[in-house]
Design a protein around this ligand. Structure first.
Ligand code: GAR
Length: 230
């Protein structure tokens, strides 16, 4: 991805994880470029055993563990996560292998500021075991989607997708590995579009929502003094 230098202050990003955190690592790596329009302010895990925590700490990113088992209901857990994000002055939220359904309250509070990555070409194959289900159905193409979060699971305006062929020899593991490569490519791109203000959710007359990506700002015109044009 080639990016012009960040013209405005970088957005502060919070990442929610539950597991290995390879997508989180891809976002942290992208944000190392000073021209990337976002910096990673905080990683929150709902599992103390999440492998991504050590990766974030090794990269010098602040981490927090908020164990969902300590809360009596979904919204009180979500409110604790929201408080941690606010304490870190987070502007944009990226769910990266965060295996929790969020409450309506959380989805509305973070509306159009929260992104999720899902290992399928949504709206196909929401939920779990996407690769095994795609192989069982005999589909020829699957992929990955980054979308804005809405209260329903794996639903929301699509920011970017990548297609991945399903091979006759694929197992869920081999297919997941090839899809992950694409996930690591498209998630930083989606975050760059959102953080730079280029991605907008547009509501159409029929009530459906779509994402429009603005063209990149054109470079400032070169001023040529008439005195130099001889
Ligand atoms: C990724 O494939 C991500 O798309 C998926 O979990 C994996 C996490 O890997 N997310 C979901 O299924 C959410 N619906 P990672 O921890 O290495 O990024």
């Amino acid at each position: 991805m080639s990016l012009p230098p960040a013209a405005t202050p970088r957005k502060r990003v919070g990442i929610l994880i539950s597991g290995g955190g390879s997508n989180m690592a891809a976002l942290i790596a992208a944000a190392r470029d000073p021209a990337f329009p976002a910096e990673i302010a905080l990683v929150v895990s709902n599992r103390v055993t999440a492998g991504g925590l050590a990766k974030a700490e090794a990269a010098g990113v602040a981490t927090s563990v908020i164990d969902h088992r300590g809360f009596s209901d979904r919204e009180s857990f979500d409110r604790a996560v929201d408080a941690a994000l606010n304490d870190a002055h987070v502007d944009v939220l990226c769910m990266a292998g965060f295996m929790r359904i969020v409450s309506n309250w959380f989805a509305e509070t973070w509306r159009d500021r929260a992104l999720n990555i899902h290992p399928a070409l949504l709206p196909a194959y929401t939920g779990l075991n996407t690769h095994a289900r795609a192989i069982a159905d005999g589909v020829r193409v699957t992929g990955a989607t980054v979308h804005f979060v809405r209260p329903e699971l794996d639903v929301g305006p699509i920011i970017i997708q990548a297609a991945v062929p399903v091979l006759a020899t694929d197992t869920p593991g081999t297919l997941a590995a090839r899809v992950l490569v694409e996930e690591h490519r498209i998630y930083p791109q989606a975050l760059a579009w959102v953080a730079s203000g280029r991605a907008h959710v547009v509501r159409r007359a029929d009530g459906t929502e779509h994402v429009v990506i603005d063209a990149p700002p054109s470079p400032a015109p070169t001023l040529i003094s008439p005195a130099l044009q001889r």
